[in-house]
Design a protein around this ligand. Structure first.
Ligand SMILES: [Zn+2]
Length: 140
């Protein structure tokens, strides 16, 4: 089973599970997918939230996730600041860069960036597990 983040033409985001990556395309082509909020049939896969890689910082990130839920937003902001300060931003080159880090055992670089669901799936098949971070807005 694969989970995709989906987005409709009105920017509603929701998640949905599919048995494989072709199933999404098949159902979408037949207009069998609809937005859970507005029932629009114009659905596309949305870009994943920034992903991070790097063994050292992962534990720290997990810790920030574990706090009580009322602190969650504050922690997500802290997590975001932590990532921005300590991780190298590689943007949409993430899946390429994460392989470099993964296969070059000497590299202990921590990076973050964005991936598409397809890229993430490919990486998972190669045994590269990533942490998906809810990217909160600091300004509101
Ligand atoms: Zn919608």
């Amino acid at each position: 089973m694969i989970k995709y983040n989906l987005k409709c033409e009105n920017d509603h985001e929701f998640e949905s599970w599919f048995s494989n990556s072709n199933e999404f395309d098949k159902l979408n082509k037949k207009n069998l997918l609809e937005c859970i909020f507005c029932s629009s049939n114009k659905i596309k896969k949305s870009i994943m939230a920034p992903m991070i890689s790097g063994s050292k910082s992962k534990d720290e990130s997990d810790e920030l996730f574990d706090k009580d839920s009322y602190k969650r937003r504050k922690n997500l902001i802290k997590l975001r600041e932590h990532i921005e300060k300590n991780f190298e931003f590689v943007g949409d080159k993430f899946s390429e860069k994460v392989r470099e880090v993964y296969y070059d055992k000497k590299t202990k670089k921590s990076i973050y960036g964005t991936t598409t669901p397809e890229e993430r799936e490919e990486l998972a098949e190669e045994g590269i597990n990533l942490l998906s971070v809810p990217w909160v807005d600091k300004d509101n």
